[in-house]
Design a protein around this ligand. Sequence first.
Ligand code: ADP
Ligand code: MG
Length: 712
Amino acid sequence: MPSIHDSVTVLSGVGEKRAEALRKMGIYRVSDLLYHFPRGYQSRGTTVSLAEAGIRGDEGLPSSVMLTVAENARASRLKGRMTLVKVRAVETDFPDSTASAELVFFNQAYLSDRLRIGQNIRVWGKFRKDGRRYTTSSPILEFYTERRSLIPITPVYPLTAGITQNYISKLIGEALTCSDINTCDVIPKSVREKFDLAPIGDSFRCIHLPKTPEEAENAGRRFAFERIFVTAAALTSTGSRRPDKGAANMGFVPLDAFLSALPFTLTGCQARAVDDISRDLASIRPMKRMISGDVGSGKTAVAAAAAYICAAAGYTAAMMVPTEILANQHYADMAPLFSSLGMNVALLTGSTPKKEKARIIDGLAGRGDRIDFVIGTHALLSEGVKFEKLGLVITDEQHRFGVMQRAALENKGGYVHTLVMSATPIPRTLTLVMYGDLDVSILDELPPGRIPVSTFAVDESYRQRLNGFIKKQAEEGHQTYVVCPAVEEKPSENPEEMADLFCDNERALPMKAAVDFADELSDALPDVRIGFVHGKMKNADRDKVMTAFAAGELDVLVSTTVIEVGVNVPSATLMVVENAERFGLSQLHQLRGRVGRGTAKSYCILVSDSKSPKAKQRLDTMCKNRSGFKIAEEDLRQRGPGDFFAVGGIIKQSGAGGSVYSAVTADPRIIEAASASAREIVSADPLLTSPEYRLLRKKVEELTGEYENIIN
Ligand code: ADP
Ligand code: MG
């Protein structure tokens, strides 16, 4: 019997190659496997008739059907090296049914041997009625002789190349047999008892092999509690050990020149945030501050003030943003402002020409023209970039970066002041857990004169009217963004991939591809000037289109979410989101924030044909709420903290990967209870010396070790 402490290589069928693939997912030991949680579940135990499967298929939903092979499989070759296997099967449970199904498989030639007449299979796939037949393409098969051997609820795991669902399920099944499975609980007994948490072994079994959805959900809650508890304990203990010197004291820098160069007056909360920052920067204690603010609340101006203070004090400020478009835009906005103040701003991205790049690198290293403020993408992290006098690191849209990347930039300056700008407001309950060691300035008020954006959710039947509306905006001189979830539509032929798609059936809806959509729209609206951008375009091409749109030379910009972050075009008044069901609440809120930035009335139209109640609820939340803080709280309520955590960096590195929490409705009360009890324990026993905390201490040391390696 394996032990949870063993290397995964003790399990059957794990050779060096597979072990390497597992390591890529952060799985080294058997216990890591236990913490590799499903990203969702398929209820294959609930089987339906073909007729019902067809109806569900029309709604984009997959079904589970018991079938018996009626004719031997037929294999044929398609162009290229592709093989096609087709097999006809009838309903096992309804011998009188005249319905039959045709199952189609690509590149799974081996199936033609296994699919013999009379073979019983449980088939999971999306069925379509096609004449008198039902068809399904690349379904998932389970062969059975005795039905009891089939599990009712099938976990779907995050995968990596070389690791299949079946393989990882088998390994996890083996890991669940560890005799010492109950000895790895980091939650102390007293806490477990206080909150009535199940023993960890049972919880592992329930999260991996639930007999009912409730079992999975309860186990999910338990692990959510654990994750928050451990993280809060780690952050509380690092927070108290955060270095209290080593950064540059920038002293008192008067802001009058900066403020009068700004084209507007700061809002009250912006001014307060700037005050907070001024105070932080006038100390050798490294600032660690986050600006948490709604879209459009003016975080950039606050960041600019921080950069100004830093530059005026004789240090270089660096600002890292997740996309080139955003870097360009920040540069275009801020370079004139700073040059009018006699300061030198540089832009460093992947497409900065070599010569210019060399000049900037020299400037930053103190060898050439001094650079006061550098704005850039990941390019700022490249090896060659060294700073002579880095004083402040700002990261915008911080959720796009992991703790690792942020820290890599901070590293370049020894102890530096850091300012992070959240892309979305973070619910108050989570800030403490995720950013226990950060101070927070909140921007909860929008600049004056904004008219609220009206939001509507519509389905395909509104297409004509929607096109008419886009045309009307163009005629009035206003602009429209259309956001599509994908660049180009590719039918998936990989059954594993299909499995993942089915996991969240919302994803099974066909995706609007940005390029195709732009074509369609051009056909429908010949008089409207339409451009498109997507993430796979050459930067120069993309920038050309973006610039044209910003300059009003295009009426409509069709794009993938490359515009999600930060872009600012005040004359845009309409945001159309296609396949809105595929976006999370905070993403939608972020997208909506692209309009309503000027003086004209703006609209956000969410287009979705999804029948999923969850998706409908999300869209409804968008229509009813304006405040990003409110929406973030709602997101937390509807999906759990998984999505917030997945981007929080440190937690992900704890090895507790997977996103099952998003399948669990996490109760903010769990978050509060778990973090409060962790803080209570750490403050009573800061070094966690009590024997009861032995495992917790180990875990916290592991986490803070990682954390400090990153930070220092
Ligand atoms: P976000 O917080 O989403 O990053 P931005 O910093 O891009 O928001 O600001 C959104 C818009 O509001 C920009 O056009 C900016 O110039 C404008 N803005 C920011 N602060 C003010 C203010 N105090 N008064 C008027 N307009 C402002
Ligand atoms: Mg911004």
